[in-house]
Write a protein that binds this ligand. Structure first.
Ligand code: GLU
Length: 304
């Protein structure tokens, strides 16, 4: 499979289409991002590493980090995680409050904001130094020490984070948040503020294509049975209420963030990351989705 040629061809095509979408300007700091940025990078189990465009530039990964915090909680707690958060697509916007009332404070899945707040609470209750421990966990996935939180992004989001504040307090009133909401929210805003490039992302998510084992030092991060479940959740819940569309058009497990990044996994083959900051109305990268659709169509490699 000539991944490099396919990536070059699809990148060229998608780069030439008219710009569409909007920056996630509800987080003031993200309104300053250059909307023309476009990068892609693939890391394969066979050892190919290839990128194009702005693939080495760090950007705010936002909700993509929800997969990483979930992996750490799942590694520590196993099945107890699912007593606190569900595994069903929400069919609602990522920051919706309404479903929580009906579901008595149990978020539909760990990738909507409500679910990620509960996972943040689990980490706070089970780690000595959650902020440092999460960073060390992420660094260990690819051996890359150059991974950090962005204080400008976390404080920017905190300054307008009223809806997340409401979500956290609402879940707390149902008893599904153990720690003080302020602490949970600070940790949540920090984890959303992590900055990585497409190159960093595809390298560190490769363990999910490799049955839960890292490639660089051969460590079993998650059991294969748990890895299967993380990938299944990314497939069914990774794209807000556009997860069906992503499965239909791209056919890979993945996760997007409002910073315009998308990571997608082909179990047994590769991890691929795309970044283009302009979002479609559902909050997913417009060009990122187009690129991945072209990539799995031309390579004829999707999980379906
Ligand atoms: N920090 C963002 C928020 O809570 C994350 C949204 C996202 O990337 O889905 O609104």
């Amino acid at each position: 499979m000539d991944f490099k040629k396919i990536i070059k061809d699809v990148f060229k095509d998608v780069n030439s289409i008219e710009e569409q979408g909007a920056l996630a300007s509800y987080i003031p700091e993200l309104a300053n991002v250059n909307s023309k940025k476009f990068g892609v990078h693939i890391s394969t189990l066979s050892g190919i590493n290839f990128g194009l465009g702005d693939f080495q530039e760090k950007f705010s990964i936002q909700s993509i980090s929800k997969v990483l915090s979930l992996c750490l909680a799942y590694q520590m707690l196993s099945g107890e995680v699912w007593d606190r958060v569900g595994v069903e697509p929400s069919g609602n916007p990522f920051n919706s409050l309404t479903q929580l009332e009906k579901d008595r404070g149990i978020p539909r899945n760990p990738f909507i904001n409500a679910g990620a707040l509960v996972i943040a609470d689990i980490l706070l209750s089970n780690l000595d130094d959650p902020k440092k421990d999460l960073l060390n966990f992420i660094r260990s996935l690819s051996g890359n020490q150059d991974v950090n939180y962005s204080t400008s992004i976390s404080s920017s989001e905190k300054s307008i984070g009223y809806r997340n504040v409401a979500l956290c307090n609402f879940i707390k009133c149902f008893g599904n948040i153990e720690n003080e909401p302020d602490k949970v929210l600070d940790f949540y805003f920090d984890l959303c503020s992590i900055e990585l490039s497409c190159k960093d992302l595809s390298a560190l998510f490769l363990f999910l294509a490799n049955n839960g084992k890292t490639m660089h030092d051969n460590r079993q991060i998650l059991l294969p049975s748990k890895t299967k479940r993380i990938n299944a959740l990314m497939q069914t819940c990774g794209f807000y209420d556009e997860s069906g569309e992503f499965a239909f058009k791209v056919g890979l497990p993945g996760k997007s963030g409002v910073g315009g990044g998308i990571i997608a996994i082909h179990p047994g083959q590769y991890a691929i990351a795309v970044w283009s900051p302009q979002l479609n109305p559902k909050g997913n990268s417009y060009k990122g989705m187009k690129f991945l659709e072209g990539f799995t169509t031309l390579s004829e490699l999707s999980i379906f």
